[in-house]
Design a binder for this molecule. Structure first.
Ligand code: SF4
Ligand code: SF4
Length: 88
């Protein structure tokens, strides 16, 4: 499948541990990436500075669901399930 224009769920919900230009410590879960535009597109798309993790993430029905709301729900559950336990 193709990425659904205007979704942006994986650029908001998911935490990214590698550095992103302007976000040297990566991106916390639930915080929109600095490079997500107002219309939910990636400013770095096609550029070499786009993080590897973003380049390798492929849209798939079991992640993206059938709607933006479903994608947010699926990714939130996934993020919670994989969140490292510990203080805070
Ligand atoms: S969750 Fe899927 S459809 Fe939504 S922005 Fe990410 S890849 Fe695209
Ligand atoms: S760099 Fe682009 S694809 Fe990666 S999280 Fe940010 S906006 Fe999304």
């Amino acid at each position: 499948m193709d990425c659904r224009p205007g979704c942006g769920a994986c650029c908001i919900v998911v935490s990214i541990s590698s550095a992103i230009p302007g976000m040297p410590h990566g991106k916390p879960a639930g915080i929109p990436c600095l490079h997500l535009t107002n219309d939910y597109r990636c400013q770095l798309f096609g550029k070499p500075e786009r993080p590897i993790v973003c380049q390798s993430l492929r849209p798939a029905p079991d992640m993206c669901g059938r709607s933006d709301e479903e994608a947010f729900a699926i990714l939130s559950a996934l993020e919670q399930a994989t969140r490292p336990s510990g203080p805070g």
